[in-house]
Design a protein around this ligand. Sequence first.
Ligand SMILES: [Zn+2]
Length: 96
Amino acid sequence: MSQTCSTTEPVRTCVGCRSLRPQSALVRCALNSDGAPLISRTAPGRGAWLCVGKVACVQQAMKRRGFERAWKRPVASAEYEELRFAYEAMMANMNN
Ligand SMILES: [Zn+2]
C-alpha cells in the first residue's frame, strides 16, 4: 500500500467506530455487480469504510448496522461473515 503525503487526502468515517480518518488509514467495502460484499477501493457503487488493522471495527459495524446504513440495503449475517473473512485475509496479507 502506498503512503502519500498529500494534505488534500479525503477523510471518511469508519462504519465501525465512527471515527474520521484519512482514506489511506481505511479500507473500502463495496458490493460487486451480483450484490456480494467485497473489499475494494475501485469497485463502483457505495463504499463502506473500515479502519485498517482493527477487526473490532468490523464487529462494531455489524452491531451498529453500519453497512446497512452505507449501502442502504439489508445485509445478511452470511454477508457479514464474508466481509469479516475478506477483511482478515487482507490484514494477513498486509502483515506479510
Ligand atoms: Zn474504525
